[in-house]
Design a protein around this ligand. Sequence first.
Ligand code: SF4
Ligand code: SF4
Ligand code: FES
Length: 260
Amino acid sequence: MSTAEQLQDLSQESAPLDLSERTDLVPIFIMGKKYDVPSTLTIQKALEYAGYQLIRGCGCRGGICGACATVYRMPGSPRIFVGLACQTLVQPSMYLTMVPFFPANRAVYNIDEIQPDAMALLKAYPELAKCMGCNTCAKSCPMDIQVMEYISAALRGDVERAAELSMSCVMCGICASRCPAELGQYNIAILCRRLTARHLRPKAQHVAEMVARIESGAYEEPLRKLITADLETLRKLYVEREMEPHTAPEMWQPQEKTYL
Ligand code: SF4
Ligand code: SF4
Ligand code: FES
């Protein structure tokens, strides 16, 4: 099951897990040491259940930030499996290990000065031309993104198509870790999305309005109140804050709109 499919499953979880009640433990191996963990945990929760404190490689815990890219192996299989640790469920006898960060070329550019075409992309990322069409990137992507398709769209200069295809990218870098041509696909993709937003799509009116409100100083006073509030007040505000429900419709808005 891919991470995208597991995301759907996890969103249907209801009550929080009572770990003391669980009996269906499964063995997993972390850096070669065996631990028995509840079968319903994600890799990230299983690491914590086993006593590891996650400080790096752990961000949103919701499949959005891409910080928790993980590789694992299964007994009897020569394959290297990949996934987001916060979204991938443990499997019996899974072998987990920490992997080093994979550096990828990250070009410096002035988005106002470059054009949304193949020349600009190749100048920023010349390795784009080395793609050999093996599709390893797409097969490893935990978000089921057609990575090779957006790379070929970028190579053709179809910046808008590359932006559309890569919209769900969480920048986990797993594609780059598997690419034989050493591309940093996700950095190429974000350049395509930036070029699309800057040069190809109409400007978003609501963003301009919000920037104008910020620049007019409309948020200075509420910000000052927060900065100078005592701990008890902050705690009360935090506990009583209105939260977006997990299954809110797309146009959901809070009751309190003073600062929107
Ligand atoms: S395209 Fe690459 S960086 Fe983006 S989510 Fe897929 S594997 Fe991760
Ligand atoms: S893994 Fe690299 S070489 Fe293979 S299709 Fe993807 S971008 Fe191209
Ligand atoms: S912690 Fe953010 S995607 Fe897993």
